[in-house]
Design a binder for this molecule. Structure first.
Ligand code: CO8
Length: 372
């Protein structure tokens, strides 16, 4: 049986934060921090915090703004984190709710009812709780039968999710699999860390993977998928349940996102370029056969290098679209947002590549071809 992509969905939070707003909040926080430690800074005991800069952020990353679930908490120098109210257990959780929003759009675009779907995979970087699975909550909220589970492969969760869904379809375990990526990255971003306070944003995406025989017209053939992991501590988050009693537990900087950005850049670009080239060979394709690359949205310079290596020339905005400028890095959802927003113009027979990479390290490729 062949697995195909029938449709995608996207839900964008209503609040956006510009680099200017974010830097103003960070600098106010840094000034307060320095003021409270005046004497120690004057005596040379500790280094003062230096200001962040709008110019640096845009030049180093390509990010201009990001959507967030809660703007006021992030921009308040006394809070510097999203304030998302706890909900009673009887109410749908925030992560499941935004996944449902994206899922409804994917179902609608494919002309599907919840009862047509056999399985739900929630593939995302950081689930809001350990159990019960967010995917099962989404399944119940939509009224889907079958089975559901969560999976986490950080930034590559969506491509790993697509291959997992495709495997269920290929082996006959399911005919229609809904894969959702709710990413509230602001929840684990350290807004007081100058090196990374600008990196992430919030969003939810959904992809419907189905058996070719039932797919609606205009579906995307999956020509091939490939997954790769290689352990690295260069992107790490130590949040978990084992450190609950320790003074250095929840709230400590290493319980939030931390990375060695330079090392990630240097190590991941060759890893991903090689992986794409090898799979192109396996599929008897050339880089030039690809009309478009929907790359993971972490860094504009990184994507420029990867797309140049794959295509043999610097990619135009049409060949490698950017959503990073308005969404920032949304972890696993980034390449799916790019695919969702920049694929309507494809003609039957045209091919493209969805590609993710990030923490783990992890990387995934999904080569697709548009049908009539
Ligand atoms: N304002 C002004 N100056 C700054 C700032 C700032 N905000 N931050 C750093 N600087 C300074 C530094 O201090 C440094 O100064 P000096 O040269 O004097 O030491 C200088 O600018 C250069 O700093 P860097 O070397 O750190 O800057 P880079 O050019 O390397 O850019 C980036 C930093 C943007 C982080 C870049 O390295 C990058 O994007 N790398 C790739 C990162 C990447 O792809 N990471 C993957 C992310 S992981 C993922 O996608 C999902 C993870 C799981 C989800 C987690 C959700 C929260």
């Amino acid at each position: 049986k062949n697995a195909v992509i029938s449709s995608t969905g996207l839900w964008t939070p209503p609040h956006s934060i510009s680099n200017e707003e974010l830097v103003e909040a960070y600098n106010a926080w840094a000034d307060n921090w320095n003021r409270e430690r005046d004497a120690d800074i004057a005596s040379g005991l500790i280094e003062p915090k230096t200001h962040s800069s709008v110019e640096f952020i845009e030049k180093a990353s390509g990010i201009k703004s990001r959507y967030v679930m809660n703007k006021t908490g992030v921009l308040d120098p006394d809070i510097m984190a999203p304030r998302i109210p706890e909900r009673p257990n009887e109410q749908i959780s925030v992560l499941a709710e935004i996944a449902v929003n994206a899922a409804r759009q994917a179902l609608e675009r494919a002309g599907r009812k919840p009862e047509d779907v056999d399985a739900v995979i929630c593939a995302a970087s950081n689930m809001q709780r350990a159990y019960p699975a967010m995917a099962i909550e989404v399944q119940q909220a939509l009224g889907i039968g079958g089975f559901a589970f969560d999976m986490n492969v950080a930034c590559s969760s969506a491509t790993f999710g697509i291959q997992t869904a495709a495997d269920f379809v290929r082996t006959g375990s399911a005919k229609s699999v809904l894969m959702v990526n709710p990413e509230i990255c602001s929840g684990h971003l350290n807004f007081t860390d100058r090196d990374s306070h600008f990196i992430f944003g919030d969003v939810a995406t959904a992809v419907l993977v189905e058996e070719e025989s039932i797919a609606p017209a205009g579906y995307w053939k999956i020509l091939g998928t490939k997954l790769k992991t290689e352990f690295s501590n260069n992107i790490r988050n130590n949040f978990g349940f084992l450190n609950r009693a320790a003074p250095e537990g929840i709230g400590a900087p290493d319980k939030l996102f931390k990375q060695e950005g330079r090392k990630v850049f240097k190590e991941v670009v060759p890893m991903v370029s090689k992986m794409i080239s090898e799979q192109l060979d396996e599929l008897s394709l050339q880089g030039t056969d690809l009309r478009r690359l929907w790359l993971h949205q972490a860094n504009a310079n990184m994507n420029r290098l990867i797309s140049t290596r794959v295509l043999g020339h610097e990619a135009s905005a049409d060949e490698s679209p950017t959503v990073l400028d308005t969404y920032a890095n949304t972890s696993s959802a980034g390449s799916i947002i790019a695919f969702h927003k920049h694929s309507e113009d494809f003609k039957p027979g045209e091919k493209g590549l969805i590609c993710s990479f990030g923490a783990g390290y992890s990387a995934g490729t999904v080569f697709v071809e548009k049908t009539a």
